[in-house]
Design a protein around this ligand. Structure first.
Ligand SMILES: Nc1ncnc2c1ncn2[C@@H]1O[C@H](COP(=O)(O)OP(=O)(O)OP(=O)(O)O)[C@@H](O)[C@H]1O
Ligand SMILES: Cc1ncc(C[n+]2csc(CCOP(=O)(O)O)c2C)c(N)n1
Ligand SMILES: [Mg+2]
Length: 331
């Protein structure tokens, strides 16, 4: 595929759709993961994928400049990486794996072509790491200042998993656990807002990565409910609690343990806030029958019958689901 060269100082408006796609296809060819089931990839009217199990998982997530990242702290490559993580974590939280992603870029004509190329590099690298092909996408122009990236991911349940793991299956007596540490992305966001531009939490905020295989692992051992932590433990936990009609009771020592990892760098208060309310973590939060928690997961608490309205409690204290965590419309 012919490349438009260094992407240089040219804008997407200057090279037009054909020039943008030449750049995008060039990057995809460089990094792209092929897939046995991909009959037709990018370049025709529709991609064509073979379906192994007979049922498809489908999810979508959008990132908007100013709302989901600032150019001062994230590159195009960071954005590409993060939006793939977001989508693949949603598939993993059902017990699934990606089979293909579609990318839509909606942007002002003034956007540098180089940013678009970096975005595609981030997307393609993250997809290759997960073994998922980029199968297509769309381009459209938007008003001044607007850059929005939307990814739609398709997937299937892991082999041997009979049904998707929903938010609604948690039962009293189950154990609540998370697939990895929480609060890293939230801590990094706080540091970025305070002007810091480097460090491990900042890096994690820019390019979160989780062990996506833990979704199918959890499903196979009998997880009763699962969600990825995109909007914060309190908020996403409350979604599981409400859907299941139960209380999730967090163990204070477990929460303190997670916060303790962050406290030396961000202070105790911000660490606790990041663990309970930090979004964009994408670790998997799941409930399991006792004795079934997979190796490497962190036990966070237990499921109890709802005392009143189903929700999340930290010890005896009710967590306010609107008091922390992320809502795009401020709710
Ligand atoms: N505009 C919409 N039209 C139809 N369904 C929607 C729309 N927006 C969200 N949904 C559906 O509502 C549910 C909750 O959406 P939400 O975006 O909170 O889930 P999520 O993708 O797990 O979260 P996050 O975006 O924080 O990762 C999902 O099933 C989603 O498909
Ligand atoms: C500039 C800027 N301001 C705030 C944030 C924080 N943020 C944005 S979306 C989100 C939750 C997940 O979103 P979704 O529900 O769409 O997956 C969080 C915690 C950011 N990343 N950049
Ligand atoms: Mg989710």
């Amino acid at each position: 595929m012919e490349s438009t060269g260094d992407g240089g100082a040219r804008t997407v408006g200057e090279v037009g759709e054909r020039g943008i796609l030449t750049e995008v296809f060039g990057v995809l060819a460089e990094h792209g993961a092929g897939a046995d089931g991909l009959l037709v990839g990018p370049g025709d009217d529709t991609a064509h994928l073979r379906v192994r199990s007979g049922a498809v998982l489908a999810t979508t997530d959008t990132m908007v400049r100013g709302q989901d990242w600032l150019d001062e702290w994230s590159t195009g490559e960071d954005v590409g990486h993060k939006i793939v993580t977001q989508n693949l974590a949603d598939l993993a939280s059902m017990g699934g794996r990606g089979t293909g992603v579609l990318i839509t870029l909606l942007c002002e004509p003034e956007l540098p072509l180089a940013w678009c190329r970096d975005l595609t590099t981030g997307l393609a690298r993250a997809c290759a790491r997960a073994g998922v092909p980029v199968v297509g996408g769309d381009l459209s122009a938007a008003g001044p200042g607007v850059v929005a990236v939307s990814v739609t991911a398709l997937g299937e349940l892991g082999e041997g998993i009979p049904a998707a793991v929903l938010r609604s299956g948690a039962r009293p007596g189950d154990v609540l656990a998370v697939s990895g540490p929480l609060g890293r992305s939230g801590a990094g966001l706080g540091q970025l807002r305070a002007g810091r531009r480097a460090g491990r939490w900042v890096d994690h905020h820019r390019r979160p990565w989780v062990d996506l295989e833990q979704g199918p692992v959890a499903a196979r051992v009998g997880a009763t409910a699962m969600i990825d932590v995109s909007d914060g433990l309190g908020r996403d936990g409350a979604r599981v609690a409400r859907a299941s009609g139960v209380d999730l009771v967090l163990d204070e020592a477990a929460v303190a343990g997670l916060a303790g990892r962050l406290a030396p760098e961000v202070g105790e208060q911000d660490a606790l806030r990041a663990v309970l309310g930090g979004g964009e973590e994408h670790e998997l939060l799941a409930t399991f029958p006792p004795g079934r928690v997979p190796a490497g997961w962190v036990v966070l608490g237990r499921v109890e019958a709802a005392q009143e309205e189903p929700g999340v409690r930290l010890g005896e204290q009710e967590l306010d689901p609107s008091g922390g965590g992320w809502d795009h419309f401020g709710g």
